[in-house]
Design a binder for this molecule. Structure first.
Ligand code: NAD
Length: 251
């Protein structure tokens, strides 16, 4: 039985992860951390008590869906307590990535910008498509709920990283006025509206045809299930940096 803490348990994702975990018998959530109060029936700590909470409960893994500043405080606490960390939070800068890298030298750390298995299938399909359609124009679009802070989404950035394995390009964040498309650019379009869980689309267009690879998360439960699968898998691993693809390959 894997024991898990949730950082950001009062949030959209944190609460969904807690609810999803209640239906599983391979793990148990023992505590949460959040700046906001909750009515959940488990101990929930303030961020100022993160180190104490992690040390006291000593879970196998803490799952984090918060904001980058909170993740980095948690990373320090996990490294000190020898506790694994699953990071779903997006929007880190270079300094943040460096802290996470350092943390993974002390404990197992798995970070993914998207815990939906379908997104991983999309990413794995994209390379062969770019290979096959060498001169086609590539454009990326993502849509999320109106409360999302970072833009473009972490998943869109992961898609752009995958494209960069095959093409040299400049990312163009939308277009305005007289701005014809250049050969070496990829347009990155961002929409924010309602409570849309997460939609991503990559198009490859040329030669009188359009290939569209798209994914739509219909419920946050898809991310929650992936993050919980990752926590159970990570509990048995040595210190190091892991990806969601490692979990998919192993399960
Ligand atoms: P949210 O705003 O609903 O929830 C974030 C929670 O973190 C809030 O309850 C907030 O009070 C809490 N929080 C803020 N500061 C904190 C601190 N210092 N310590 C502890 N808790 C703190 O946001 P969300 O929609 O749940 O998304 C959270 C993050 O997860 C975002 O970065 C989002 O992009 C990312 N996300 C990732 C995936 C994925 O599959 N990797 C999926 C969905 C969302």
């Amino acid at each position: 039985m894997t024991t898990v803490g949730i950082n950001g348990i009062a949030g959209r994702m944190g609460e969904t992860i807690y609810e999803t975990a209640r239906d599983r018998d391979d793990l148990t959530v023992t505590f949460g951390i959040d700046v906001n109060d909750t009515n959940l029936d488990l101990p929930v700590y303030d961020p100022g008590e993160t180190a104490e909470a992690v040390a006291e409960h000593g879970p196998d893994v803490v799952i984090d869906f918060t904001v980058p500043e909170a993740t980095l405080d948690l990373a320090t606490a996990c490294a000190e307590a020898g506790v694994g960390l699953v990071v779903g939070t997006t929007g880190f800068g270079d300094d943040g990535f460096a802290v996470l890298e350092e943390t993974s030298e002390a404990v197992p750390l798995l970070k993914a910008t998207n815990f939906a298995r379908g997104v991983h299938a999309l990413l794995r399909t994209l390379g062969p498509a770019l290979d096959a359609l060498e001169n086609y124009d590539v454009e990326v679009m993502e849509t999320h709920h109106n409360g999302k802070r970072d833009a473009p989404s972490g998943t869109a950035k992961t898609i752009l990283e995958e494209v960069s394995e095959y093409r040299d390009f400049e990312t163009v964040p939308g277009r305005e006025g007289i701005q014809p498309r250049q050969d070496d650019e990829v347009g990155m379009l961002v929409r924010r509206a309602g409570d849309i869980r997460g939609e991503h689309e990559v198009i490859l267009a040329g030669n009188d045809e359009v290939l569209s690879l798209s994914h739509r998360a219909e419920d946050r439960a898809v991310f929650a299930a992936g993050a919980l699968d990752a926590a159970v898998w990570l509990a048995g691993q040595e210190a190091g940096r892991y990806e969601f693809g490692d979990v998919i390959d192993a399960t």
